[in-house]
Design a protein around this ligand. Structure first.
Ligand SMILES: [Fe+2]
Length: 330
């Protein structure tokens, strides 16, 4: 979805809370009270409980398919995903660009804007080739940006390799994607930048692990404004299980037509675990939640639950990103 007009939201519950304490000083204001506006890829948040200013970029779904001779033995597992996204129409100019120019454009824009932080929300590479991972790490290092990364469903996936998805993710995130985590746990990590706590959770299998739920609760309780970074959108009423599938009540084998194409096990008959549903509840019950930032669906969309926004970023294959500014006060 391309946003062509200005959209401004004042979150109702928080606004009501503010109205109930009209003489509260800013430092007594309850957490929350976030205002949000978007114009195309530019997002603006105002958070009364926040004291500073922060500008960050969100990039997902670059789908780089860089490979070399070292990838030869894996070609049978990387071949399908090596074909798409090699070219795209630039999201601003409409002119054709070839991979990896979308990724390069976002890095150049991030540097030009002097963002405080770059969040990479998965499917940056289409398969875990050494050459692809080396390229991404080298370009990020050369950019001088402060960045963090979490995997999508493709980054670690060589399609058709035997084994459970959980085991394959554990194996290939360690074996190949390790340089992108900069020593952090591939499943969950956080960093505070300019007073905002950025929490990264790997939900690339749609499911949330018990330790990830605990991690979220611990991190969110620390009190700063908290931004959740994942690859797959959380369930939002009105969206289907392939658009917003993490904790979607209909997610499961019946709505998984692509498992044979992607050469992976089908989603389970039983659907999500209780942990995954509990995670979604915990996220949208977090009073100091700035927002949820995801990719996977390859188009911008914004959806709300209990006054909190989830922002899905369009695929960076065409250069797309979110330019997010957070300000304190009103
Ligand atoms: Fe994805």
């Amino acid at each position: 979805m391309k946003m062509s007009r200005r959209n401004v939201f004042r979150f109702g519950a928080a606004a009501a809370a503010m109205a109930a304490v009209p003489r509260a000083r800013a430092d007594e204001t309850p957490a929350g009270g976030v205002s949000f506006a978007s114009v195309k890829e530019s997002l603006r948040f105002t958070m009364p409980s926040y004291k500073g200013q922060c500008r960050f970029m969100v990039v997902g779904d670059s789908h780089l398919s860089i490979d070399d001779a070292r990838g030869e033995p894996f070609r049978q597992y990387s071949g399908r995903m090596a074909k798409p996204y090699r070219s795209a129409l630039h999201f601003r100019t409409g002119r054709p660009i070839a991979s990896p120019d979308g990724f390069e454009y976002a890095l150049a824009e991030a540097k030009r804007m002097k963002v405080d932080f770059l969040a990479l929300v998965g499917d940056i590479v289409s398969f875990p080739s050494e050459a692809g991972v080396e390229y991404v790490r080298r370009r990020l290092d050369e950019s001088g940006l402060d960045w963090m990364y979490i995997s999508g469903n493709h980054d670690w996936h060589y399609e058709g390799l035997p084994g459970t998805e959980m085991a394959l993710r554990a194996e290939w995130t360690k074996k190949r994607l390790a340089p992108l985590y900069q020593g952090a746990d591939p499943m969950m990590a956080s960093r505070v930048v300019k007073g905002i706590r950025f929490v990264f959770i790997d939900n690339s299998l749609y499911e949330i692990l018990p330790e990830q739920l605990s991690f979220w609760r611990q991190e969110a309780a620390k009190g700063e404004p908290v931004a959740l970074m994942m690859h797959i959108p959380l369930y939002m009423p009105g969206y289907g299980p392939r658009e917003a599938g993490c904790a979607h009540p209909e997610w499961g084998a019946k709505v998984d037509p692509h498992w044979q194409i992607e050469r992976r096990p089908q989603w389970p008959e039983a659907g999500h675990t209780q942990t995954t549903f509990a995670f979604r509840e915990a996220v949208f019950s977090t009073p100091n939640l700035l927002g949820v930032f995801v990719g996977h669906v390859h188009r911008h969309f914004f959806a709300f639950d209990r006054g909190h926004v989830q922002c899905a970023v369009a695929a960076n294959a065409d250069g797309s990103f979110f330019d997010v500014r957070v300000n304190g006060g009103l």
